[in-house]
Design a protein around this ligand. Structure first.
Ligand SMILES: Nc1ncnc2c1ncn2[C@@H]1O[C@H](COP(=O)(O)OP(=O)(O)O)[C@@H](O)[C@H]1O
Ligand SMILES: [Mg+2]
Length: 240
C-alpha cells in the first residue's frame, strides 16, 4: 500500500487500463438534484489493485457504476484500454460488460437454483463458449479459490464467504481486464472477509486482472497497491 502516491504508474508507456476525465454524475434535477460525483479525474495502470474508500454517500458505488459501464455519467469521459467508452452503443457496452469487465457485489447475487459451478460458468456460456470448456474453466477457478469440494453445492448450502468466492470465480470466468468489487466483504465476518480479500489479491497477482474494490475497513488497505479516497463526490486531497 502507498496511499500518498497517485493511482497510476508514471512514465509507463502502456495505456492506462482505465482513465477518468472530469467525470460528474448528478442524479435528479432542480432542487432534488444530488451531485454524487464532481469532476473526478484519475488513471489506473494495468495490473493495479485499488481500494476506494470514503464515507457512506461519498459516491463510491456511483463511481464504480460509471467505470463498469452500468450507468452513464452526466459529463466527463471514461476510457477503457485507451478507448473512449463513455457514450458507446448499448450493444457494445453489453459486450464489454460480459467479456471484459467483472463484477462482485456485497450481496453475492448468485442464482439459487444453480450449483456453484453452474453459477460460475453461466457467463462463459453466454459468450458462446462450449459447455466443456466453460465447465473446465469454472473448475479451475473454483480450485484456485479452495472451493473444489463445493462445486456441486447450491448457494444456500454455502457460507457467505464461500458464496462470495464463487461470485469472484464467476466474475473471472471470461478473463476480464478489470474486476469491480463494491464492498465485497460488507456482509462478512473478519475471518471470511480475510479469505475474500485474499481471493481477490490472488486473482490480481496470478491472473493479472486489474481490481478496484470498495471497502470501509482500513485493514483492507494492505491488499491495495493504490488508494482512491472520495469525499462528497470529489477526490480527496490525500489520495494525491
Ligand atoms: N439512483 C440514485 N438516485 C438518486 N440519488 C442517488 C442514487 N444513487 C445514489 N444516490 C445518491 O448519490 C450519493 C452517492 O451515493 P453512492 O454512490 O451510493 O455512495 P457510496 O457508495 O459511497 O455510499 C448519495 O447522496 C446517494 O444518496
Ligand atoms: Mg456504495
Amino acid at each position: 500500500m502507498n496511499s500518498n502516491e497517485p493511482p497510476q504508474v508514471r512514465g509507463s508507456s502502456q495505456a492506462p487500463t482505465l482513465e477518468v476525465r472530469d467525470l460528474s454524475r448528478t442524479y435528479g434535477s432542480g432542487d432534488a438534484a444530488v451531485q454524487a460525483l464532481r469532476h473526478v479525474s484519475f488513471e489506473i495502470a494495468p495490473g493495479d489493485m485499488v481500494c476506494i474508500m470514503g464515507r457512506s454517500g461519498s459516491g463510491k458505488s456511483t463511481l464504480l457504476r460509471q467505470l463498469g459501464l452500468l450507468d452513464t455519467p452526466t459529463s466527463g469521459q471514461v476510457f477503457l484500454d485507451g478507448a473512449d467508452v463513455t457514450r458507446i452503443r448499448e450493444s457494445r457496452r453489453r459486450v464489454l460488460r460480459l467479456g471484459h469487465l467483472g463484477y462482485v457485489f456485497q450481496e453475492y447475487a448468485l442464482l439459487p437454483e444453480l450449483t456453484a459451478e453452474e453459477n460460475v460458468y453461466l457467463p462463459s456460456l453466454m459468450t458462446g463458449s462450449p459447455l466443456r470448456q466453460s465447465r473446465s474453466r469454472a473448475r479451475e477457478l473454483l480450485a484456485m479459490l479452495d472451493l473444489e469440494e463445493r462445486a456441486r453445492h447450491r448457494p444456500s448450502e454455502l457460507s457467505g464467504g464461500q458464496q462470495q468466492r464463487v461470485a469472484i470465480a464467476r466474475a473471472m470466468v471470461n478473463r476480464p481486464t478489470v474486476l469491480f468489487a463494491d464492498e465485497p466483504t460488507g456482509n462478512l465476518d473478519t475471518v471470511s472477509s480475510e479469505m475474500v480479500m485474499t481471493a481477490l489479491a490472488r486473482m490480481n497477482e496470478e491472473l493479472g486482472v486489474t481490481i478496484l474494490f470498495v471497502s470501509h475497513d482500513p485493514d483492507h488497505l494492505r491488499f491495495a497497491k493504490n488508494t482512491i479516497i472520495l469525499r462528497d463526490g470529489e477526490l480527496a486531497e490525500s489520495a494525491y
